[in-house]
Design a protein around this ligand. Structure first.
Ligand code: SAM
Length: 437
């Protein structure tokens, strides 16, 4: 293990950023092409990385691409566009809703007809409708809730399942806009000065942009013949055994969560609360929003977990945790749990891959309380311990930041530009490409 560790450390130290992986020239219209910006999602990767990895490692024929941290479905959308079957998992039900919507191209005429029907349903919607969770009253004002109730009522009248989900995705995206949530904040923060928009106007505006994007997605897939290429997304905890047989996946492309950075459960609480209030249609969501603390605990990298035990299968991880113990013990526990969870996911990734199949993990290094958290090196080490063999370690510069590049020096959490104790993070990230031997 010692020699292996030294080799990995040295290899990463000597890596130079590769220009062809920076996608410096990819503008917003390219990074948000097709269905890619149906719904905001933190820390999603740009589709260009996924596309290049698929082209490099699944160049011909129909292959099966998997993303165990599927998020809002970037991998699955790109796989479908390139004619590959795909399967994704994420613990977050909002991720499942978004991904299923983004990978389902709908006949443009069907959407247009249903938009008209929706407007009629909306006009005839009764005014007082639902009993909401009290947190809804914390986030929304009374008149907004009434308007949202009408929109929601009208959406649920739509009979076609895929179309209804398409409208629900737009609705879910619109919740943050209409709430008192500070738009730029990734933490649940009230913006006292926020001028609240008209919910119907913002909903329709976003819906119409999705309708336009669907049109291109649909016609592209019809032309290429990939319209029926399956893309399946499941809500699952990827630290547990995934519902896939051993050795069936050709290519894994994934970007794991980071430790103590985004609290995905908190971030999507508006959608969770809203849909969770409707147990008849969203039985599981109801369960999550009522048992929110337990639900949140299962997200990898959250800071609310009890200490787990086990071997990291990584000397680098052990060193990081030992260093953190000297600085802040609870943080060391969070990071230790994170590495233990990631070890389980890498083992599962190895199991589901075919022999010769590649796993591409896109990951950046961070720093917490002055200790460098070498996620990429740990991933390489843990993957090697799981049985993988190195194919390529790629260092890429991140020129277009999708997220704030600033972290608070003290807490390591994302912060605003005007925070005096900020440090710049995520200038680079790595693609750890390994093969199942
Ligand atoms: C960096 S994001 C992935 C974003 C994705 N690459 C995209 O483009 O949308 C990490 C994802 O891991 C998910 N996640 C966290 N813990 C998980 C777990 N135990 N099992 C499965 N997914 C988990 C989060 O919900 C989040 O969507």
């Amino acid at each position: 293990m010692e020699l292996l560790t030294k080799t990995i450390e040295k290899t990463f130290l000597n890596l130079k950023p590769r220009e062809e992986w920076s996608f410096r020239d990819a503008g917003r219209s390219q990074t948000t092409a097709f269905t890619h910006d149906y719904h905001r999602y933190p820390a999603k990767f740009i589709p260009q990385i996924v596309r290049k990895l698929i082209e490099d490692y699944a160049p011909s024929g129909t292959q099966v691409v998997c993303d165990p941290f599927g998020g809002c479905g970037t991998t699955l959308v790109e796989a479908k566009l390139l004619g590959h079957k795909s399967i994704g998992f994420d613990i977050n039900p909002v991720a499942k809703l978004i991904t299923q919507t983004k990978t389902t191209a709908i006949k443009p005429r069907t959407l247009a007809n249903n938009r008209n029907k929706f407007l009629k349903y909306y006009e005839n919607a009764p005014s007082v409708l639902y009993n909401h969770h009290q947190r809804i009253n914390y986030w929304f004002d009374e008149s907004t809730i009434q308007e949202l109730d009408k929109i929601y009522f009208a959406i649920k009248k739509i009979k076609n399942h895929n179309v209804r989900r398409f409208f629900l995705c737009s609705f879910s995206h619109n919740l943050k806009n209409c709430s008192r949530w500070l738009m730029k904040s990734i933490k649940p923060t009230i913006d006292k000065d926020k001028i609240l928009p008209n919910p119907k106007e913002t909903f329709l505006r976003h819906l119409d942009s999705m309708i336009k994007k669907n049109e291109r997605f649909y016609s592209t897939l019809v032309q290429s013949g990939y319209i029926n290429t399956p893309a399946k997304m499941y809500r699952r905890d990827s630290t547990k055994k995934l519902p896939i047989e051993t050795g069936v996946i050709d290519l894994i492309i994934t970007s794991p969560p980071y430790v103590t950075s985004y609290e995905y459960a908190d971030l999507h609480q508006l959608s969770l609360l809203w849909f969770g209030d409707d147990p008849k249609h969203f039985k599981k969501w109801h369960h999550f929003s009522n048992g929110f603390i337990d639900f949140r605990r299962n997200f990898i990298g959250t800071s609310s977990k009890e200490k787990k035990s086990g071997d990291f299968n990584s000397a680098i991880a052990k060193q990081i945790v030992d260093d953190l113990i000297q600085v802040e013990r609870p943080l060391a526990v969070d990071v230790a749990n994170y590495f233990l969870d990631m070890k389980r996911v890498f083992t599962e990734m190895y199991r589901i891959l075919k022999t010769g199949g590649k796993a591409c993990t896109i990951i950046g290094n961070t720093s917490l309380r002055g200790v460098e958290i070498l996620n990429a090196q740990v991933a390489a080490e843990q993957m090697q311990a799981a049985g993988f063999r190195k194919v390529d370690f790629i260092k890429r510069e991140i020129p277009n930041k999708m997220i704030t590049p600033w972290r608070d020096l003290e807490s390591g959490k994302f912060t605003e530009k005007n925070n005096p104790s900020k440090i710049r993070a995520y200038e680079y990230e790595y693609v750890v490409v390994m093969e199942k031997t």
